[in-house]
Design a protein around this ligand. Structure first.
Ligand code: RFL
Length: 384
């Protein structure tokens, strides 16, 4: 098995295959240090943690992660809590930064004798429709190398090489630009809250996400085609203070040095089917989703679990049922998550069309006031 990409998807797949006794090689463009320090996601769903736990991959996560079952919506300066955990079987989120997940998965894979090559370049796929596909690459020390394998897993993210190796017309790509941009900010500031905050403000969405005791992530909706240069640190804090402000409350925002600022273009993309010949795509290589519902890494972990089970059944008994169903099984969850993410995007953002902004606010007010709407939110946010 050749696996391209050592993100959450590729590393989880590698660990599960090794546990099943299936030989594999993971090829990663970055250095180990780079992938183990790259901050991205931070929220993991209950069922993903259960899967990692079943495979002995969650020991540190279970010791160190905070569990969250309540989030807060702020609208017109008032805070409204939604206890989504009690609305959905007591399931919670685990707050644990993605780079820590990656660190744990690399360590488990390497400690079990797993083969991972960091710093590779020029990865190319050959014969993906044949029974013996191959990968070639240039190693970190400049040697030309080759792996003949039975299957290739494309876990190299949205900009990777594997999806692009599929001939045009063999897969269908569904794309949507949401017409919304976020300024995403990471700061060395302790959280000013015990729960994730989503704020709907006349000037646009603001979010306060949790990462660790010393680092927090914040989001601000900014005009389309805005740039990071327009957002000096003082403006970021002033805007967050304004959009997150509460009436009749002494709540304050704790500030700290900003360590990352980037513009995120809200877009979604799904590839159908998620396989071609003996190439199987997983994680962001097959689908990307806006970060609004915190689903991307969770979908990546689910794909890895489904593919590992399918490959294990094939390896043990020549059973191809799981492989044949791989794409359909994963896509069902992917489209469910895309629908929910779109539902949240619409609810939380200011649109250039005031009518649509008011509809979004009406959706949020319904969520706050209605048990059935809160139930829909809870099921999709922490599950399904
Ligand atoms: P990754 O993590 O992008 O890993 C792909 C790996 O492949 C390597 N690579 C190559 N290697 C060899 N040859 C090539 N040609 C290669 N091209 C690429 C890359 O170096 C990399 O190491 O994909 P994967 O494994 O599918 O994981 C997906 C997640 O990373 C992604 O969905 C999440 O980060 C999305 N996301 C969130 N997801 C959640 O579930 N919960 C969250 O709270 C959450 N917050 C977020 C997020 C994404 C964000 N950004 C950066 C868009 C917050 C943000 C700000």
């Amino acid at each position: 098995m050749g696996i391209v990409g050592a993100g959450p998807a590729g590393l989880t797949l590698g660990n599960l295959l090794r546990q099943a006794g299936i030989p594999c090689v993971v090829l990663e463009r970055g250095t180990r240090e780079h992938i183990e320090t790259r901050p991205r996601a931070g929220v993991i769903e209950h069922r993903a943690v259960q899967m990692l736990t079943r495979h002995g991959l969650a020991d540190r996560l279970l010791r160190e992660a905070d569990r969250h079952g309540v989030c807060e919506f702020r609208v017109e300066g008032r805070a409204h809590e939604v206890d989504y955990s009690s609305l959905y079987d007591g399931q919670t989120h685990y707050v644990y930064p993605q780079q820590e997940v990656v660190k744990d998965l690399v360590r488990a894979y390497v400690n079990s004798g797993g083969d991972i090559r960091f710093g590779v370049a020029d990865v190319a796929l050959h014969g993906i429709r044949s029974a013996e596909p191959a990968l070639t690459w240039t190693s970190a020390d400049g040697r030309e190398e080759r792996l003949d394998c039975s299957f290739i897993a494309g876990a190299d993210g949205f900009h990777g090489v594997t999806r692009r190796s599929i001939p045009a017309g063999a897969i269908q790509e569904f794309s949507h630009q949401h017409g919304i941009e976020w300024l995403s900010v990471l700061a060395e500031a302790p959280p000013s809250t015990h729960k994730v905050i989503y704020a709907l403000h006349p000037d646009g969405f603001a979010g306060h996400m949790l990462r660790s005791a010393t680092v927090s992530r914040y989001y601000l909706q900014v005009p389309v085609e805005d740039t990071v240069e327009n957002w000096p640190d003082e403006r970021v804090w002033a805007e967050l203070r304004k959009r997150l402000a509460l009436r009749d409350s002494d709540w304050t925002l704790t500030e700290g040095p900003i360590i990352e600022k980037r513009i995120l273009d809200m877009r979604s993309h799904v590839v159908e089917p998620m396989n071609h010949g003996n190439l199987y795509l997983l994680g962001d290589a097959a689908h990307i989703i806006t970060p609004v519902g915190a689903k991307g890494m969770n979908l990546a972990l689910h794909d890895a679990e489904v593919l590992a089970e399918a490959l294990t059944a094939y390896h043990r008994a020549g059973d191809e049922t799981g492989l044949a169903a791989y794409s359909e099984t994963c896509l069902r969850r992917v489209w469910r998550a895309q629908e929910f993410s779109q539902w949240m995007v619409f609810m939380l953002h200011r649109s250039p069309e005031p009518f649509l902004s008011r509809l979004g606010q009406a959706r949020l007010e319904h969520l706050i006031a209605s048990g059935s709407s809160a139930g829909y939110f809870a099921q999709n946010y922490v599950g399904p």
